[in-house]
Ligand binder design. Structure first.
Ligand code: ZN
Length: 257
């Protein structure tokens, strides 16, 4: 039995003092791969250092996070695109639209997201989508592309059942993290209606720790808490959750291991 962590900001400075132990705990808890989404030009170097130090487990992606789109977004995108031409990345992420905190750069977020969807298309890479208070704004951009040419995941999915069905219909998976363990999470009810074949596991660490670690720093070894909750919702064994979500993650990232 093993887990694949599809979304971890393991390069963040929250892990600088004990990253080795965090990785060892992840391995001890059957996590075999940790996919790292990029944020902006500043996170690239620490992310690649992580990959260099833990090449068998840590895998980088490239993209500009929507909350980091500002008046400098064109030069930020140029930096990302140069990296994309220079070396291999397994996905474009995390990218999308976030209107939760700030709508100031909505127009620029749309342009940046569409540009990065084009990279996904041209390099045949999946999209790791961050969409917050902007589900249909995000879908609107995806629908500008021919049907089923883009794939990926709606990371930290937090929408309605209808949103989930729209995402799946578009050919995307749902990234399920710690919020599914929260007492009043509507996600529990939604997941009873969604087939396991569309789900991948993520922590989004250091944020959004699952119960019983809620409020503390999150880390990849807590994937088992998330899997246990999904196993309970689906009324099947946790090993089955690990197996199916790992198959899904390998399909998502087009890899065999
Ligand atoms: Zn993230």
């Amino acid at each position: 039995m093993h887990y694949i962590e599809t979304h971890a900001h393991l390069y963040n400075n929250e892990f600088d003092h004990d990253r080795d132990q965090v990785i060892h705990r992840a391995i001890a808890n059957n996590v075999t791969k940790i996919y790292m989404p990029n944020i902006d030009s500043h996170s690239i170097e620490p992310m690649l250092r992580c990959e260099e130090k833990y090449p068998d487990i840590c895998v980088p992606m490239i993209g500009l996070h929507p909350s980091y789109v500002d008046e400098n977004y064109v030069s930020e995108l140029e930096i990302m695109e140069k990296w994309l031409q220079k070396r291999k990345f397994v996905a474009i992420g995390e990218v999308g639209i976030d209107l939760y905190h700030d709508k100031t750069y909505y127009k620029q977020q749309e342009i940046a997201f569409e540009a990065q969807c084009n990279w996904a298309l041209n390099y045949s890479l999946p999209l790791i989508i961050h969409s917050r208070s902007a589900f249909y704004e995000t879908v609107k951009i995806i629908k500008k592309f021919p049907a089923n040419t883009l794939t990926g995941v709606f990371h930290c999915f937090s929408g309605s059942l209808q949103d989930a069905e729209v995402a799946i219909e578009l050919g995307f998976d749902l990234g399920i993290g710690g919020t599914v363990t929260y007492k009043n999470s509507g996600l529990k009810e939604i997941l009873t209606h969604i087939s396991l074949e569309h789900l991948v596991l993520e922590t989004d660490c250091p944020y959004l720790s699952p119960v019983p670690h809620r409020g503390k720093r999150n880390e990849p070894s807590y994937l088992s808490n998330i899997a246990a909750q999904i196993a309970q919702i689906k009324d099947i064994g946790i090993d089955e959750i690990a197996k199916i979500t790992s198959i899904n993650a390998k399909r998502l990232f087009k890899t065999t291991r």
